[in-house]
Write a protein that binds this ligand. Structure first.
Ligand SMILES: Cc1cc2nc3c(=O)[nH]c(=O)nc-3n(C[C@H](O)[C@H](O)[C@H](O)COP(=O)(O)OP(=O)(O)OC[C@H]3O[C@@H](n4cnc5c(N)ncnc54)[C@H](O)[C@@H]3O)c2cc1C
Length: 231
């Protein structure tokens, strides 16, 4: 991929208006793609359903895919209270990433092939939500993140379900975004090579809802045009 080879010109590129919140969050490779303003970071996080939580316990690193959602200045994820990742990350450093794949960049050489993307990376310490009221509120936000307005329509959570569910968060103080949205694929000198070059855009698409067999006839079907596909 075209980011891999060293590019000595990187350091001379224009920097984004909002500076990185810390040195370790500063995008060094292709810094022109870096963004640190909360509006950009929040938009990327809010458009995602899946994140990867990177963590380390006793040596080897893990990158666990999971659902994540933002409430204010915190990014949350949840799971079984018995989950190793959830128990291991409380109070420990994590690196949480979110990625949207926006296009395939087909260049005239293999070297210049790439992808268009929006990604965010959050560095910080994970914390377990210990207050039951807060846990219930953010679990409601989780459901509404999957499908807006759904939480209010559901059977209330039981004490047993609440106990079985662990919720963790990391704050967004050290967050960065990186965006590649180029149509051009930077093929200098290769323009005459006789092969098509350009970007094939990719989008997530919602399909037709498939009802659970026990849903009575006449039950309103979720609309798929609400923003459940956020790309
Ligand atoms: C879908 C996708 C595919 C990619 N494919 C490749 C590939 O094939 N090869 C490749 O080299 N790179 C690829 N990248 C870019 C990759 O994520 C890294 O940015 C790049 O490899 C530089 O890594 P680095 O450790 O040298 O970054 P550095 O610039 O040294 O990272 C410093 C800091 O910048 C921030 N940062 C770095 N990368 C990101 C990011 N992607 N999103 C948000 N913040 C970031 C972090 O805070 C990090 O601590 C891809 C990115 C995406 C989203």
């Amino acid at each position: 991929m075209s980011e891999y080879p060293p590019e000595p010109a990187d350091a001379a590129e224009p920097q984004p208006a909002t500076p990185p919140p810390s040195d370790r969050t500063r995008v060094r490779r292709l810094p022109k793609r870096g963004r640190y303003d909360r509006a950009t970071v929040d938009a990327i996080l809010d458009a995602a359903v899946v994140a990867h939580v990177g963590w380390v316990e006793d040596g080897p690193p893990y990158a666990t895919p999971t659902i994540a959602w933002r409430v204010g200045d915190r990014l949350y994820w949840h799971g079984s209270s018995a989950s190793r990742m959830l128990r291991a990350t409380d109070g420990r450093p994590v690196c949480v990433t979110v990625t949207h794949l926006d296009g395939l960049v087909l260049a005239r050489s293999g070297f210049n092939h790439s992808v268009n993307y929006r990604s965010a990376m959050v560095l910080g310490t994970a914390h377990l939500v210990t207050d039951p009221a807060e846990a219930e509120a953010v679990l409601g936000a989780f459901v509404d993140h999957l499908y807006p307005g759904r939480w209010a329509t559901l059977r209330p959570m039981t004490a047993k379900e609440r106990k079985a569910t662990a919720v963790l968060w990391v704050d967004l103080r050290e967050a960065s975004a990186k965006i590649r949205a180029d149509v051009s694929h930077d093929d200098p000198g290769d323009e005459a090579w006789p092969v098509w070059a350009g970007v094939i855009p990719l989008h997530a698409v919602a399909g037709t809802p498939e009802p659970d067999p026990s849903v009575p006839d006449g039950t309103p079907v979720p609309r798929v045009e609400v923003p459940i596909v956020r790309d």
